[in-house]
Design a protein around this ligand. Structure first.
Ligand code: NAP
Ligand code: F7E
Length: 364
């Protein structure tokens, strides 16, 4: 049995799946927390299920008893608390649920470790976020920049940040927060803006979608590749002291830039004309409107100017933020979505043919 035992909450998510692969490659025994769902299909980790060092446990961050039970059974040497209601816009619709999971959930993990007597054995990584800077008070943002959370999600994550710091100082626990800026991938949830764009580009290019409706096109983000970012979570727990780090690329782009590049990947050159809700992204060659703005995707308060300075992580952890460029990230995502849409179309064709054959009695 490995002496490195990781427990990952949020194992079915984008980051959880990449982190599981990363830790399994390092010979960790990896335990993940999953929630029961009516479909029970865990797409991002399906390829890991059945591996001898990969184990799943039912628990929920909103259920302290289940968390206590899994922590006491697994006795991890490292916990990566990635579970969260992670969608900022959804946090305006479900603020109480978001607070329970993203704020009190962090406390439940810390207390479980303490009450199970694992304070000295177990190191804890908490998934913090650039959303803490919210209505930004300085650009770029680093570990010294004041926080100004600007959504129920960010306010909940602020509690997570402070309770981790409190347990570090009060009980000497090795727990720390990674202040990660947006990181995306081919496994990103389909309602986050980057994935929504790459999927739409693939569908529009293959005639499966007419238009793409978006919210604030001018919003600026520091987008990195999720596969590169999970390494940093691990590096933070291997460091000789628990500290919080900003993880970012130091490059900033708008949602509009992301669209332009993604559609270019599928052979559509977009020109943006107009302003506000009247702005449109038009196919230069055909004059067809491809992108439109819908206020449905505006947020009551929106974070619009995120740019991270990860000098501390570069210096102290030796982390290299330049591994995957913005252009390469967009390419990876579009290529994956082109394949996904083509596969869906092929499956659809097979289904139609089969139905026809059954109807005509060609197959029984
Ligand atoms: P994600 O894809 O949305 O995954 C979230 C994970 O949390 C899923 O596995 C989900 O499980 C699980 N979860 C949600 N509520 C839970 C609960 N009550 N109990 C147990 N598990 C629960 O998120 P991600 O992009 O991988 O992000 C990972 C973490 O980093 C999150 O905490 C997020 O807030 C934070 N973060 C993300 C970014 C980013 O750009 N990706 C940047 C900064 C911080 P189900 O599959 O069952 O829903
Ligand atoms: O929005 C704008 C939107 O939802 C990015 C989470 O992982 O990163 C993520 O949160 C920007 C916002 O991500 C649409 O208004 C325009 O300004 O992709 P997003 P997010 O809110 O930055 C942080 C770091 C986290 O911690 C979170 O967990 O894009 N935007 N039009 C849109 N956003 C969405 N979702 N959909 C649109 O149609």
């Amino acid at each position: 049995m490995s002496d490195k035992i990781a427990l990952i909450t949020g194992v079915t998510g984008q980051d959880g799946s990449f982190l599981s692969e990363f830790l399994l490659d390092k010979a960790y025994e990896v335990h993940g927390i999953i929630r029961r769902s009516s479909t029970d299909y865990r797409e991002r980790i399906a390829h890991l299920e059945g591996r001898p060092r990969f184990h799943l446990h039912y628990a929920d961050l909103n259920d302290s008893l289940s968390i206590m039970q899994v922590v006491s059974r697994v006795r991890p040497t490292e916990i990566y608390n990635l579970a969260a209601q992670s969608h900022v816009q959804v946090s305006f619709d479900a603020p109480e649920y978001t607070a329970n999971t993203d704020a009190v959930g962090v406390l439940r993990i810390l207390e479980a470790v303490r009450l199970c007597g694992l304070t000295d054995r177990c190191r804890i990584y908490q998934a913090g976020t650039s959303e803490l800077y919210g209505k930004v008070e300085a650009v770029p943002q680093n570990e010294q920049t004041p926080f100004h959370p600007y959504s129920p999600y960010a306010v909940a994550k602020l509690y997570g940040y402070w309770i981790v710091k409190e347990y570090r100082e009060a009980y000497g626990m090795f727990c720390c927060t990674g202040i990660l800026f947006n990181h995306e991938s081919e496994r990103r949830g389909e309602t986050f803006v980057t994935r929504k764009i790459t999927l739409a580009a693939a569908r529009i290019a293959q005639g499966k979608q007419e238009k793409l409706l978006l919210g604030n096109l001018s919003s600026m983000r520091d987008w990195g590749y999720a596969r590169d970012y999970v390494e940093c979570m691990w590096l933070m727990l291997q460091h000789d002291r628990p500290e919080d780090y900003v993880i970012a690329t130091g490059q900033q782009h708008s949602v509009r830039d992301f669209c332009t590049l993604a559609f270019k990947q599928v052979g559509i050159e977009l020109d943006f004309v107009g302003t506000g809700t009247e702005e449109k992204g038009i196919d230069r060659k055909t004059g067809r409107v491809i992108v439109e703005v819908s206020p449905d995707f505006y947020r009551p308060t929106d974070v619009v100017n995120l740019l991270g300075d990860a000098s501390k992580a570069r210096r102290e952890l030796g982390w290299n933020p330049d591994r995957t460029s913005f252009e390469r990230l967009v390419q990876i995502m579009v290529e994956a979505d082109l394949k996904k849409v083509a596969t869906e179309q092929a499956v659809e064709r097979i289904r139609t043919n089969l139905a026809e054959f059954l109807e005509k009695g060609i197959v029984k």
